[in-house]
Write a protein that binds this ligand. Structure first.
Ligand code: HEC
Length: 122
């Protein structure tokens, strides 16, 4: 009798970690398949230099520094961020980012610094 009762207990024990694993794995897979938002890319990559102004990077929220850059226009500034310029590595040093993700990050960064650009959809 003791043996029969212990079977469901064992099943319960092994199912719990499996469920926890699948719950952890699901959001990670979705993030890799979908293009990330500008805010996500910023937090992941651009924050390293643009939050503190490393190597002369225009800081996020520094309206004065961003004004002349924003005046170049969204398309032009996005191209620059994809190609790189002086201390700014191409795609912020992350060639695995898609052009769309970089363009979204540029819009996020500019909008946090005085622009009113739409986040690119495609
Ligand atoms: C390794 C540090 C570093 C990282 C990471 C980085 N940047 Fe930069 N970024 C710079 C520096 C330095 C400049 C200033 C370049 C200059 O004008 O001399 C700059 C300038 C820029 C500019 C203005 C370009 C211009 O015309 O002067 C944009 C837009 C920009 N970065 C966007 C981004 C985005 C978006 C990301 C994240 C995907 C990012 N950066 C990640 C260092 C970085």
């Amino acid at each position: 009798m003791t043996r029969i009762r212990s079977v469901p207990a064992l099943v319960g024990l092994s199912a719990a970690p499996m469920l926890a694993l699948s719950l952890l794995a699901a959001p990670t897979c979705a993030a890799a398949a979908e293009p990330r938002s500008g805010a996500e890319v910023y937090e992941l990559v651009c924050t390293t230099c643009h939050e503190a102004g490393v190597a002369g990077a225009p800081k996020r929220g520094d309206v004065k520094a961003w004004k002349p850059l924003i005046a170049e226009g969204q398309a032009s500034l996005s191209r620059t961020a994809i190609k790189g310029i002086r201390g700014m590595p191409a795609k912020g040093g992350r060639p695995d980012l898609s052009d769309l993700e970089v363009r979204r990050a540029v819009a996020y960064l500019a909008n946090a610094s005085g622009a009113k650009w739409a986040e690119p959809k495609k």
